[in-house]
Ligand binder design. Structure first.
Ligand SMILES: Cc1ncc(COP(=O)(O)O)c(C=O)c1O
Length: 390
Protein backbone atom coordinates (compact mmCIF):
# COMPACT_ATOMS: atom_id res chain seq x y z
CA UNK A 1 0.00 0.00 0.00
CA UNK A 2 1.36 3.45 -0.81
CA UNK A 3 2.26 5.83 2.01
CA UNK A 4 -0.44 8.39 1.12
CA UNK A 5 -3.25 5.94 1.92
CA UNK A 6 -3.53 7.37 5.48
CA UNK A 7 -2.58 4.06 7.08
CA UNK A 8 -5.82 2.45 5.94
CA UNK A 9 -8.00 4.86 7.92
CA UNK A 10 -10.85 6.15 5.73
CA UNK A 11 -11.86 8.63 8.46
CA UNK A 12 -8.58 10.45 7.89
CA UNK A 13 -9.90 11.60 4.51
CA UNK A 14 -12.80 13.50 6.06
CA UNK A 15 -12.03 17.23 6.15
CA UNK A 16 -10.93 18.33 9.62
CA UNK A 17 -13.59 21.06 9.72
CA UNK A 18 -16.25 18.34 9.38
CA UNK A 19 -14.69 16.10 12.00
CA UNK A 20 -14.67 19.05 14.40
CA UNK A 21 -18.37 19.91 13.88
CA UNK A 22 -20.40 19.92 17.07
CA UNK A 23 -23.72 18.17 16.41
CA UNK A 24 -26.92 20.13 17.04
CA UNK A 25 -28.43 19.15 20.40
CA UNK A 26 -32.23 19.04 20.23
CA UNK A 27 -34.59 19.35 23.21
CA UNK A 28 -35.15 16.09 25.07
CA UNK A 29 -38.39 14.30 24.16
CA UNK A 30 -40.92 14.03 27.02
CA UNK A 31 -41.10 10.22 26.65
CA UNK A 32 -37.35 9.90 27.25
CA UNK A 33 -37.51 11.90 30.48
CA UNK A 34 -40.60 10.03 31.67
CA UNK A 35 -38.74 6.72 31.24
CA UNK A 36 -35.43 7.95 32.66
CA UNK A 37 -36.86 9.73 35.71
CA UNK A 38 -39.91 7.51 36.32
CA UNK A 39 -42.28 10.45 35.79
CA UNK A 40 -45.85 9.87 34.71
CA UNK A 41 -46.26 12.93 32.52
CA UNK A 42 -43.36 15.24 31.75
CA UNK A 43 -43.93 18.78 30.52
CA UNK A 44 -41.81 19.71 27.51
CA UNK A 45 -40.96 23.39 27.28
CA UNK A 46 -37.70 22.86 25.46
CA UNK A 47 -38.22 23.32 21.72
CA UNK A 48 -40.35 26.42 21.15
CA UNK A 49 -43.26 24.36 19.87
CA UNK A 50 -46.85 25.59 19.67
CA UNK A 51 -48.71 24.40 22.80
CA UNK A 52 -52.09 24.71 21.03
CA UNK A 53 -51.05 21.94 18.62
CA UNK A 54 -50.97 21.82 14.84
CA UNK A 55 -53.16 24.00 12.64
CA UNK A 56 -56.53 22.15 12.48
CA UNK A 57 -56.89 23.11 8.83
CA UNK A 58 -53.53 21.54 8.05
CA UNK A 59 -54.46 18.37 9.92
CA UNK A 60 -57.71 18.04 7.98
CA UNK A 61 -56.02 18.64 4.63
CA UNK A 62 -53.26 16.14 5.37
CA UNK A 63 -55.83 13.54 6.41
CA UNK A 64 -57.34 13.71 2.95
CA UNK A 65 -53.92 13.49 1.33
CA UNK A 66 -52.55 10.32 2.92
CA UNK A 67 -54.13 8.18 0.20
CA UNK A 68 -51.66 9.73 -2.25
CA UNK A 69 -48.53 8.68 -0.37
CA UNK A 70 -47.60 6.02 -2.89
CA UNK A 71 -46.78 8.91 -5.25
CA UNK A 72 -43.62 11.01 -5.12
CA UNK A 73 -44.26 14.59 -4.04
CA UNK A 74 -44.33 17.48 -6.47
CA UNK A 75 -40.58 18.08 -6.61
CA UNK A 76 -41.06 21.79 -7.28
CA UNK A 77 -43.64 22.39 -4.55
CA UNK A 78 -45.64 24.15 -7.26
CA UNK A 79 -48.80 24.95 -5.32
CA UNK A 80 -47.06 25.91 -2.09
CA UNK A 81 -44.66 28.13 -4.00
CA UNK A 82 -47.54 29.75 -5.89
CA UNK A 83 -49.51 30.43 -2.70
CA UNK A 84 -46.46 31.93 -0.97
CA UNK A 85 -45.55 33.97 -4.05
CA UNK A 86 -49.05 35.46 -4.16
CA UNK A 87 -48.97 36.23 -0.46
CA UNK A 88 -45.68 38.10 -0.66
CA UNK A 89 -46.14 39.66 -4.09
CA UNK A 90 -43.19 37.96 -5.79
CA UNK A 91 -42.80 35.38 -8.55
CA UNK A 92 -42.64 31.67 -7.57
CA UNK A 93 -39.04 31.69 -8.78
CA UNK A 94 -38.12 33.66 -5.69
CA UNK A 95 -39.53 31.15 -3.20
CA UNK A 96 -37.21 28.79 -1.32
CA UNK A 97 -38.71 25.66 0.22
CA UNK A 98 -36.97 23.39 2.70
CA UNK A 99 -37.31 20.46 5.05
CA UNK A 100 -37.71 23.01 7.83
CA UNK A 101 -36.07 26.42 7.55
CA UNK A 102 -33.09 24.61 9.05
CA UNK A 103 -32.48 22.87 5.76
CA UNK A 104 -32.64 26.18 3.91
CA UNK A 105 -29.98 27.58 6.25
CA UNK A 106 -27.78 24.54 5.61
CA UNK A 107 -28.30 24.80 1.85
CA UNK A 108 -27.44 28.50 1.89
CA UNK A 109 -24.22 27.67 3.74
CA UNK A 110 -23.41 25.03 1.15
CA UNK A 111 -24.14 27.29 -1.81
CA UNK A 112 -22.57 30.50 -0.56
CA UNK A 113 -19.62 29.41 1.57
CA UNK A 114 -16.41 27.45 1.17
CA UNK A 115 -12.95 27.29 2.74
CA UNK A 116 -11.47 30.80 2.78
CA UNK A 117 -14.87 32.54 2.98
CA UNK A 118 -16.33 34.39 5.95
CA UNK A 119 -19.81 34.41 7.45
CA UNK A 120 -20.75 37.18 9.87
CA UNK A 121 -23.15 36.52 12.74
CA UNK A 122 -23.80 37.52 16.34
CA UNK A 123 -22.56 35.62 19.35
CA UNK A 124 -25.52 33.96 21.02
CA UNK A 125 -27.42 33.73 17.73
CA UNK A 126 -29.25 30.58 16.59
CA UNK A 127 -26.55 27.91 16.50
CA UNK A 128 -27.39 26.56 13.04
CA UNK A 129 -25.67 29.59 11.44
CA UNK A 130 -22.41 28.42 12.99
CA UNK A 131 -23.03 24.81 11.95
CA UNK A 132 -23.84 25.82 8.35
CA UNK A 133 -20.65 27.89 8.25
CA UNK A 134 -18.42 25.19 9.72
CA UNK A 135 -19.90 22.50 7.48
CA UNK A 136 -18.66 24.49 4.49
CA UNK A 137 -15.18 24.99 5.93
CA UNK A 138 -15.75 28.73 6.13
CA UNK A 139 -14.77 31.04 8.97
CA UNK A 140 -17.26 32.48 11.42
CA UNK A 141 -16.90 36.11 12.38
CA UNK A 142 -19.00 36.44 15.53
CA UNK A 143 -19.67 39.83 17.08
CA UNK A 144 -20.44 40.13 20.80
CA UNK A 145 -24.12 40.48 21.63
CA UNK A 146 -25.26 43.77 23.13
CA UNK A 147 -27.98 43.44 25.75
CA UNK A 148 -28.53 39.89 24.45
CA UNK A 149 -29.28 41.20 20.94
CA UNK A 150 -27.48 41.67 17.64
CA UNK A 151 -25.10 44.63 17.32
CA UNK A 152 -25.92 45.48 13.72
CA UNK A 153 -23.45 48.37 13.55
CA UNK A 154 -20.57 46.13 14.62
CA UNK A 155 -21.73 43.37 12.30
CA UNK A 156 -21.77 45.68 9.28
CA UNK A 157 -18.33 46.99 10.22
CA UNK A 158 -16.96 43.42 10.53
CA UNK A 159 -17.72 42.50 6.90
CA UNK A 160 -14.49 41.62 5.08
CA UNK A 161 -13.77 41.23 1.35
CA UNK A 162 -14.14 37.46 2.01
CA UNK A 163 -17.59 37.80 3.58
CA UNK A 164 -20.23 36.06 1.52
CA UNK A 165 -23.14 36.00 3.96
CA UNK A 166 -24.46 37.62 7.13
CA UNK A 167 -26.83 35.58 9.26
CA UNK A 168 -29.38 37.45 11.38
CA UNK A 169 -32.05 36.07 13.67
CA UNK A 170 -34.94 38.44 14.22
CA UNK A 171 -36.28 37.66 16.79
CA UNK A 172 -33.25 35.76 18.00
CA UNK A 173 -33.37 32.31 19.54
CA UNK A 174 -32.52 31.75 22.41
CA UNK A 175 -32.63 35.36 23.65
CA UNK A 176 -35.96 36.53 22.19
CA UNK A 177 -34.49 39.94 21.32
CA UNK A 178 -35.25 41.83 18.13
CA UNK A 179 -33.87 44.74 16.17
CA UNK A 180 -36.15 47.48 14.86
CA UNK A 181 -36.70 49.25 11.55
CA UNK A 182 -34.33 52.11 12.05
CA UNK A 183 -31.31 49.93 12.92
CA UNK A 184 -32.25 47.52 10.13
CA UNK A 185 -32.42 50.34 7.58
CA UNK A 186 -28.98 51.63 8.57
CA UNK A 187 -27.59 48.09 8.37
CA UNK A 188 -29.03 47.45 4.89
CA UNK A 189 -27.45 50.63 3.61
CA UNK A 190 -24.01 49.53 4.83
CA UNK A 191 -23.86 45.94 3.57
CA UNK A 192 -22.09 45.62 0.19
CA UNK A 193 -24.40 44.51 -2.60
CA UNK A 194 -22.50 41.26 -3.26
CA UNK A 195 -23.04 39.99 0.30
CA UNK A 196 -26.10 37.85 1.03
CA UNK A 197 -28.11 38.89 4.10
CA UNK A 198 -30.10 36.03 5.60
CA UNK A 199 -32.80 37.42 7.86
CA UNK A 200 -34.19 34.42 9.73
CA UNK A 201 -37.65 35.36 10.97
CA UNK A 202 -38.82 32.02 12.38
CA UNK A 203 -40.84 33.78 15.11
CA UNK A 204 -42.10 36.72 13.01
CA UNK A 205 -45.78 35.84 13.41
CA UNK A 206 -45.53 36.16 17.21
CA UNK A 207 -44.07 39.67 17.13
CA UNK A 208 -46.31 42.46 18.40
CA UNK A 209 -43.74 45.29 18.23
CA UNK A 210 -44.88 48.03 15.82
CA UNK A 211 -41.29 48.79 14.77
CA UNK A 212 -40.50 45.21 13.72
CA UNK A 213 -39.12 45.19 10.16
CA UNK A 214 -41.26 42.98 7.92
CA UNK A 215 -38.52 41.62 5.66
CA UNK A 216 -40.89 39.73 3.38
CA UNK A 217 -42.66 42.99 2.58
CA UNK A 218 -39.40 44.57 1.39
CA UNK A 219 -37.44 41.77 -0.28
CA UNK A 220 -36.00 44.16 -2.87
CA UNK A 221 -34.45 46.42 -0.27
CA UNK A 222 -31.03 44.82 -0.94
CA UNK A 223 -29.98 42.63 -3.90
CA UNK A 224 -28.73 39.87 -1.58
CA UNK A 225 -31.63 39.84 0.87
CA UNK A 226 -33.22 36.52 1.89
CA UNK A 227 -36.09 36.38 4.39
CA UNK A 228 -36.77 33.03 6.04
CA UNK A 229 -39.86 31.75 7.85
CA UNK A 230 -41.14 28.42 9.08
CA UNK A 231 -44.29 26.39 9.60
CA UNK A 232 -42.73 24.89 12.76
CA UNK A 233 -43.64 27.66 15.18
CA UNK A 234 -46.94 29.54 15.06
CA UNK A 235 -48.51 27.05 12.61
CA UNK A 236 -47.67 24.21 15.01
CA UNK A 237 -46.13 21.94 12.38
CA UNK A 238 -42.60 21.36 13.71
CA UNK A 239 -42.85 17.60 13.16
CA UNK A 240 -43.79 18.08 9.52
CA UNK A 241 -40.53 19.83 8.63
CA UNK A 242 -41.35 22.65 6.26
CA UNK A 243 -39.88 26.12 6.03
CA UNK A 244 -39.71 28.76 3.33
CA UNK A 245 -37.97 31.88 2.25
CA UNK A 246 -38.01 34.66 -0.30
CA UNK A 247 -34.74 35.54 -1.98
CA UNK A 248 -33.20 36.68 -5.23
CA UNK A 249 -33.99 34.48 -8.23
CA UNK A 250 -30.34 33.52 -8.91
CA UNK A 251 -29.98 32.19 -5.37
CA UNK A 252 -33.22 30.18 -5.45
CA UNK A 253 -32.02 28.73 -8.76
CA UNK A 254 -28.69 27.54 -7.30
CA UNK A 255 -30.32 26.15 -4.16
CA UNK A 256 -32.77 24.25 -6.37
CA UNK A 257 -29.85 22.58 -8.15
CA UNK A 258 -28.15 21.57 -4.91
CA UNK A 259 -31.11 20.44 -2.77
CA UNK A 260 -32.51 16.91 -2.73
CA UNK A 261 -35.10 16.36 -5.47
CA UNK A 262 -38.02 15.85 -3.02
CA UNK A 263 -36.85 17.80 0.01
CA UNK A 264 -40.37 18.83 1.05
CA UNK A 265 -42.63 15.81 1.30
CA UNK A 266 -46.20 15.58 0.02
CA UNK A 267 -47.97 15.92 3.39
CA UNK A 268 -45.77 18.87 4.26
CA UNK A 269 -46.75 20.66 1.07
CA UNK A 270 -50.46 19.97 1.56
CA UNK A 271 -50.34 20.86 5.26
CA UNK A 272 -48.43 24.07 4.66
CA UNK A 273 -50.84 25.32 1.99
CA UNK A 274 -53.79 24.73 4.33
CA UNK A 275 -52.01 26.21 7.36
CA UNK A 276 -51.42 29.48 5.54
CA UNK A 277 -55.19 29.95 5.42
CA UNK A 278 -55.66 29.06 9.08
CA UNK A 279 -55.87 32.64 10.30
CA UNK A 280 -57.89 31.58 13.33
CA UNK A 281 -55.18 29.23 14.58
CA UNK A 282 -52.51 31.85 14.05
CA UNK A 283 -54.52 34.45 15.94
CA UNK A 284 -55.30 32.09 18.82
CA UNK A 285 -51.68 30.97 19.03
CA UNK A 286 -50.42 34.54 19.11
CA UNK A 287 -52.84 35.48 21.87
CA UNK A 288 -52.11 32.34 23.91
CA UNK A 289 -48.42 33.14 23.59
CA UNK A 290 -48.94 36.73 24.72
CA UNK A 291 -50.80 35.58 27.82
CA UNK A 292 -48.27 32.80 28.54
CA UNK A 293 -45.30 35.14 28.21
CA UNK A 294 -46.94 37.66 30.51
CA UNK A 295 -47.49 34.93 33.09
CA UNK A 296 -43.88 33.68 32.89
CA UNK A 297 -42.60 37.23 33.31
CA UNK A 298 -44.85 37.66 36.36
CA UNK A 299 -43.47 34.43 37.82
CA UNK A 300 -39.89 35.62 37.36
CA UNK A 301 -40.69 38.89 39.10
CA UNK A 302 -42.45 37.09 41.97
CA UNK A 303 -39.43 34.83 42.42
CA UNK A 304 -36.92 37.64 41.97
CA UNK A 305 -35.12 36.16 38.98
CA UNK A 306 -34.02 38.02 35.87
CA UNK A 307 -35.30 37.45 32.35
CA UNK A 308 -34.75 38.87 28.88
CA UNK A 309 -37.96 40.49 27.52
CA UNK A 310 -38.96 38.23 24.64
CA UNK A 311 -40.59 38.74 21.24
CA UNK A 312 -40.74 35.00 20.54
CA UNK A 313 -42.61 32.06 22.10
CA UNK A 314 -40.01 31.47 24.82
CA UNK A 315 -38.30 33.27 27.67
CA UNK A 316 -34.63 33.30 28.63
CA UNK A 317 -34.44 33.27 32.43
CA UNK A 318 -31.36 33.90 34.53
CA UNK A 319 -31.19 31.11 37.02
CA UNK A 320 -27.59 31.11 38.32
CA UNK A 321 -25.77 27.84 37.78
CA UNK A 322 -27.96 26.44 35.00
CA UNK A 323 -26.70 22.82 35.04
CA UNK A 324 -28.09 21.81 38.45
CA UNK A 325 -31.23 23.91 37.88
CA UNK A 326 -31.88 22.10 34.60
CA UNK A 327 -31.45 18.73 36.36
CA UNK A 328 -33.72 19.73 39.26
CA UNK A 329 -36.44 20.83 36.85
CA UNK A 330 -36.09 17.53 34.96
CA UNK A 331 -36.55 15.64 38.22
CA UNK A 332 -39.73 17.65 38.73
CA UNK A 333 -40.86 16.57 35.25
CA UNK A 334 -40.28 19.90 33.49
CA UNK A 335 -37.98 19.92 30.47
CA UNK A 336 -36.46 23.28 29.53
CA UNK A 337 -33.38 24.07 27.45
CA UNK A 338 -29.89 24.77 28.77
CA UNK A 339 -28.15 27.38 26.62
CA UNK A 340 -24.53 27.19 27.79
CA UNK A 341 -23.56 26.39 24.19
CA UNK A 342 -24.81 29.87 23.25
CA UNK A 343 -22.57 31.49 25.86
CA UNK A 344 -25.26 31.73 28.53
CA UNK A 345 -24.28 29.23 31.25
CA UNK A 346 -26.40 31.07 33.85
CA UNK A 347 -29.63 30.94 31.85
CA UNK A 348 -32.31 28.49 30.84
CA UNK A 349 -34.70 28.93 27.92
CA UNK A 350 -38.34 28.14 28.67
CA UNK A 351 -40.85 27.76 25.86
CA UNK A 352 -44.33 29.11 26.47
CA UNK A 353 -46.66 26.17 27.10
CA UNK A 354 -50.34 25.75 27.95
CA UNK A 355 -51.50 27.42 31.19
CA UNK A 356 -51.12 24.08 32.99
CA UNK A 357 -47.62 23.56 31.63
CA UNK A 358 -46.57 27.10 32.49
CA UNK A 359 -47.96 26.60 35.99
CA UNK A 360 -46.01 23.33 36.34
CA UNK A 361 -42.83 25.21 35.39
CA UNK A 362 -43.59 28.06 37.82
CA UNK A 363 -44.16 25.69 40.71
CA UNK A 364 -41.10 23.56 39.94
CA UNK A 365 -39.01 26.72 39.70
CA UNK A 366 -40.36 28.05 43.00
CA UNK A 367 -39.62 24.71 44.70
CA UNK A 368 -36.12 24.72 43.23
CA UNK A 369 -35.49 28.19 44.64
CA UNK A 370 -37.01 27.23 47.99
CA UNK A 371 -39.71 29.84 47.37
CA UNK A 372 -42.90 27.81 47.37
CA UNK A 373 -44.22 30.58 49.62
CA UNK A 374 -44.01 33.13 46.81
CA UNK A 375 -47.73 33.77 46.71
CA UNK A 376 -49.45 30.67 45.36
CA UNK A 377 -51.79 32.69 43.18
CA UNK A 378 -48.94 34.30 41.30
CA UNK A 379 -47.64 30.83 40.38
CA UNK A 380 -50.84 29.62 38.71
CA UNK A 381 -51.80 30.79 35.23
CA UNK A 382 -55.51 31.23 34.74
CA UNK A 383 -56.88 29.06 31.99
CA UNK A 384 -56.70 30.97 28.75
CA UNK A 385 -59.28 33.58 28.19
CA UNK A 386 -60.70 31.63 25.27
CA UNK A 387 -62.75 34.52 24.01
CA UNK A 388 -59.69 36.65 23.46
CA UNK A 389 -57.50 33.69 22.52
CA UNK A 390 -59.87 32.37 19.85
C1 LIG B 1 -34.26 31.28 14.81
C2 LIG B 1 -34.61 29.93 14.25
N1 LIG B 1 -34.44 29.71 12.96
C3 LIG B 1 -34.73 28.53 12.40
C4 LIG B 1 -35.21 27.49 13.16
C5 LIG B 1 -35.45 26.18 12.49
O1 LIG B 1 -36.78 25.84 12.44
P1 LIG B 1 -37.34 24.75 11.44
O2 LIG B 1 -36.19 24.02 10.82
O3 LIG B 1 -38.17 23.86 12.28
O4 LIG B 1 -38.12 25.51 10.41
C6 LIG B 1 -35.41 27.65 14.53
C7 LIG B 1 -35.89 26.54 15.35
O5 LIG B 1 -35.92 26.54 16.53
C8 LIG B 1 -35.09 28.92 15.09
O6 LIG B 1 -35.24 29.14 16.39
Amino acid sequence: MSADRSAGDPAAHVASYLRELMPYVPGKPAEEIEREYGIERAVKLASNENPLGPSPRAVAAMGSAVGQLHRYPDGDGTELRAVLARRFGVTPKRILLGNGSNEILTLLGRVLLGPGDDAVMSEGAFIVYLLATQASGARRIALPAVEYGHDLEAMAAAITPRTRVVFLANPNNPTGTLFRREAWGRFLARVPEDVVIVSDNAYAEYVLDAEYPDVLAQVDAHPGLVGLRTFSKIYGLAGLRVGYGVGPEWLVDVVDRVRDPFNVNHLAQVGAVAALEDHEHVRASREANRQGLRFLERVCRALGIGFVPSHGNFLLVEIGDAGPAFEALLCAGVIVRPVGGYGYPRHLRVSVGTPDENTAFAQALAALLGRSDAGVASLVQDPLDRESAR
